[in-house]
Design a protein around this ligand. Structure first.
Ligand code: ZN
Length: 319
């Protein structure tokens, strides 16, 4: 693309009457850190963008460190979109430096503060897992549309149209979540997961959330934490715990074994896409599919009533 563009610029330099036409049709080359940001940028950018996500399925953003080829991709991109709120903890230093030289935006950093959850246990920072709730992700989607429009003002109308369609999908998904998660018996609304990624989800849908590890996966859960959680499972008769696609299931299995040893059976409620999306090419590799999967899996495992294959019948069989 850079070769083509150089070629075009050479040509247009000699054709002063229409110098912007060539650039207007040029595709914006975007690198995004997470799959959720990449998918959202694709939805809003449409045919004006080519987006690459650095972190694929199963990749933990808290622990991910940029590779050599990532650095090359980011320094060549027209625009780098990253999450911020200290999600990309290992990449933060690089991303902040990059922002001084390149068009690079942390798309969740401007979220209204009153919508964010702050955590003393996480160095006083905000919980970054805002994608878990469609109504919150709307803010990030709008920010992405704003950044795209600033970068390519000529396509701003298309971005606005695409944003409106995506926002309608987010609204539908939010209301689907409220409906099906509301069918779970109230005393069963406890979400036990490998790390604390579901704080916003719990607040939005009225669930108590318990993460074995904290907000970030960087800190290891100690044996004391595991054994006190085993006691919680047993005394409160919690029947299901969830594994996450981007975190080892070791702690969840230790919990289940501990509960079994005390005569209380806990099942695995399914695998959730906490910090990364599903396999490439599947519905679960889209933002909407990822969250549909989480909502549907949680509601089904905890005794709620869910439609077969989720909100629109698109979920993969067995999810
Ligand atoms: Zn996380």
């Amino acid at each position: 693309m850079s070769l083509n563009r150089r070629h075009f610029l050479t040509l247009t330099a000699a054709a002063p009457f229409a110098p912007h036409l060539a650039l207007a049709s040029d595709v914006l080359n975007i690198v995004a850190t997470t799959g959720m940001i990449a998918d959202t940028a694709r939805r809003i950018g449409g045919s004006h963008v080519a987006v690459r996500a650095l972190m694929g399925p199963g990749v933990d953003p808290h622990a991910y460190r940029q590779t050599r080829s990532d650095i090359t991709a980011m320094t060549r991109a027209d625009l780098v979109l990253w999450h911020g709120l200290y999600l990309e903890a290992q990449m933060e230093e690089f991303l902040v430096k990059l922002a001084r030289r390149r068009a690079s935006v942390a798309v969740a950093d401007d979220m209204p503060r009153d919508l964010l959850i702050s955590h003393a246990a996480y160095d006083g920072r905000f919980d970054p897992h805002v994608w878990m709730v469609p109504a919150l992700w709307t803010h990030v989607a709008r920010r992405i549309a704003e950044v795209l429009s600033e970068t390519r003002p000529d396509a701003a109308d298309d971005f606005a149209t695409n944003l409106a369609v995506f926002e309608a999908d987010l609204t539908k998904l939010q209301s689907y979540g409220e409906t099906v998660l509301g069918t779970v018996p109230e005393d069963a609304r406890v979400l036990l997961t490998a790390h604390d990624a579901f704080g916003y989800f719990g607040r939005a849908f009225g669930y108590e959330v318990i993460g074995i590890q904290g907000i970030s996966t960087e800190s290891e859960a100690g044996l004391n934490r595991i054994s006190s959680l085993v006691d919680t499972l047993v005394t409160r008769k919690i029947g299901a715990a969830f594994v996450e696609s981007s975190v080892s299931d070791r702690n969840i299995r230790a919990l289940i074994e501990g509960a079994t040893a005390q005569g209380h059976e806990v099942s695995i409620g399914g695998e959730l896409f906490s910090d990364a999306m599903g396999a490439d090419g599947t519905y679960e590799a889209t933002y909407i599919g990822m969250i549909d999967h989480n909502i549907t899996t949680i509601a089904a495992a905890l005794g709620g009533t869910v439609p077969a294959r989720g909100m629109s019948g698109n979920l993969s069989v067995g999810s």
